[in-house]
Design a binder for this molecule. Sequence first.
Ligand code: TMP
Length: 211
Amino acid sequence: MQRGKFISFEGSEGCGKSTQIRRFVEMLRGEGREVVLTREPGGTVVGEKIRHLLQYDPEAANLTDESELLLFAASRAQLVRELILPALEAGKWVVADRFCDSTTVYQGIARGLDTDSVRRINAFAVGDALPDLTLLLDLDAATGHARAVHSSGPVGDRMESQPLAFFEAVREGYLTLARSEPERIAVIDASVGIDEVSARIDQVFRERLKR
Ligand code: TMP
């Protein structure tokens, strides 16, 4: 059985990731592929509980940056072993809404945790489950943040309450990461119309993964 392909989507808040992922998965399924769609944090029963804790639980307000990092890693370690690896080994394709690049950028760069520790914790959590292709939807931080706050309404999540400078660091962090791994990470301009973004994703996918 040929191992399936693993594709992750990354980007800061309000970049249009959810819409693009939905379209991309529809396209893959339309081509007859069996696709498992998942998200981080979350994607498993344990992971969804961690997601709730990380994003919405008021009792987690005093979570330290180190605990936050380890909770994201715990959610990922569970997701990899419970869902991603079995799916890939069964020949299915996996599409993930965020993966370890989010930790590298949000916890390592924007929160400023030690880069080497973040890298080792990421490696421990994912083992050999690394994406074949990562699509980074790039949008300027102010536009993205305004869109995210608008769409989530009055009950925003914990990250959304961060200052704009945090999201500027996230954007720059992603772009730096993409420059260091250009063969895996493709940068997609997310400032253009929805159809144009989808077309560009489709083009990159065909150039890089489709045989
Ligand atoms: P979203 O996927 O619904 O946009 O929300 C997930 C939030 O969690 C988002 O603000 C990014 C953040 N996050 C991290 O800080 N580190 C991580 O490793 C992951 C997966 C997400």
